[in-house]
Ligand binder design. Structure first.
Ligand SMILES: CC(C)(COP(=O)(O)OP(=O)(O)OC[C@H]1O[C@@H](n2cnc3c(N)ncnc32)[C@H](O)[C@@H]1OP(=O)(O)O)[C@@H](O)C(=O)NCCC(=O)NCCS
Length: 234
């Protein structure tokens, strides 16, 4: 797309229309999202929701109660839904299920920590998480539900497609394309201009020197194919 033809993106940090935010997923990733939401000051109230009954009535963080999905139907004020599950497929699946049922009145909300650096022309889709100290460079694009975690760098002109996760401390060089629901593991690096295929997993600490095909798993420096057992992926 010619950058000159882009319409100005709405300010993704502001959320005046939905005074309440529900963070779905009361685990560690949910804590990161709720913390960023509180720090952003974009919502009057932040609450959490989870399907695990054992968590109902507890607090995800001080002042952030965990409620059941059924409780969401009782919310009267306009509210935003942020699905905060580290595993990409689960995050996508839950977002679809909630928006079709308990969250029919809500819209997907992005959460952006105030210390996240969002460059001019960067575009953030609905339901994204930009955690503390991350960088999203000029003209980079994040698709729906994408995660740029603590300290990760998505450099200029990158495209991170929907439900992908750039894990803490990972670095994407300029113009990298990350496919839908791919995981760029913690502390890994993808050299500029490369493509990471959909649902691909780049292991923690790896350095990708070539395009990575969809549905593959790569580890090491330089990154080489791995036989992922399929556990501990996120
Ligand atoms: C690559 C990864 C997905 C593999 O997970 P897995 O399917 O459970 O695989 P295993 O742990 O059984 O490891 C399989 C093999 O790869 C090796 N391996 C796993 N992760 C590795 C890594 N990051 N770097 C180098 N080697 C790695 C293991 O030592 C093992 O080698 P072996 O077959 O010679 O014994 C996982 O280790 C990983 O790095 N995930 C990224 C996690 C992350 O960054 N999450 C973000 C948190 S917010």
């Amino acid at each position: 797309m010619n950058p000159a033809s882009r319409s100005p993106a709405p300010n993704p940090r502001a959320d005046a229309d939905t005074p309440v935010l529900v963070v779905f997923g009361a685990g560690g990733h949910g804590r990161v999202a709720a913390d960023a939401a509180l720090a952003s000051g974009a919502w009057r109230a932040v609450m959490a929701c989870d399907r695990r009954e054992a968590l109902w009535g507890s607090e995800l963080l001080p002042g952030v109660p965990v409620v059941s999905p059924a409780t969401l139907r009782e919310l009267r004020e306009p509210w935003g839904l942020h699905v905060a599950i580290g595993d990409n497929a689960s995050r996508q699946r839950e977002a679809r299920a909630l928006l079709a049922d308990e969250a029919r009145q809500a819209r997907l909300a992005s959460v952006i920590h105030p210390s996240a650096a969002l460059a001019v022309g960067a575009r953030v889709g609905a339901g994204c998480l930009l955690a503390a100290q991350c960088v999203v460079g000029p003209l980079a694009e994040l698709g729906e539900g994408a995660v740029v975690n603590h300290g990760a760098v998505v450099d200029h002109d990158c495209v991170v497609q929907a439900w992908a996760h750039v894990a803490p401390g990972a670095r994407l060089g300029g113009g990298v394309r990350v496919g839908e629901a791919a995981l760029v593991g913690a502390g890994s690096t993808v050299l500029r201009g490369l493509a990471v295929g959909a649902r691909c997993v780049l292991g923690a600490g790896a350095v990708a020197l070539q395009d990575l095909p969809a549905d593959s798993c790569w580890v090491g420096v330089p990154a080489r194919p791995a036989q992922a057992a399929g556990h501990d992926v996120a």
